[in-house]
Write a protein that binds this ligand. Structure first.
Ligand SMILES: [Zn+2]
Length: 90
């Protein structure tokens, strides 16, 4: 038997990642996420204004949400949105 445990396995070629951009309608923060093909029903909440940036349900899931700090055109407004307390969801 040959030992191949140290060899790198080939990457799963069928799996391809698509980067998708989303803009929060509440505060215009820009996010980037990876689209993966698996069934999911979720939503993503804005880190800044706590609003729903995107809601999805179907054959694709969105993971690895990253905020674009460079597009931060808005001044940090401490005013809570719609009376909702701005608790940090972390
Ligand atoms: Zn927002």
């Amino acid at each position: 038997m040959t030992d191949t445990s140290c060899k790198k396995t080939t990457m799963p070629g069928a799996e391809r990642t698509v980067r998708v951009m989303f803009v929060c309608e509440g505060c215009m923060a820009i996010y980037e996420a990876s689209q993966v093909s698996r069934t999911a029903t979720k939503y993503f909440r804005c880190e800044q204004c706590d609003g729903i940036v995107y809601r999805w349900s179907g054959n694709y899931d969105y993971v690895q949400w990253k905020r674009y700090p460079k597009e931060q055109a808005i001044s940090a407004d401490p005013t809570p949105q719609r009376g909702r307390s701005s608790t940090r969801a972390r």
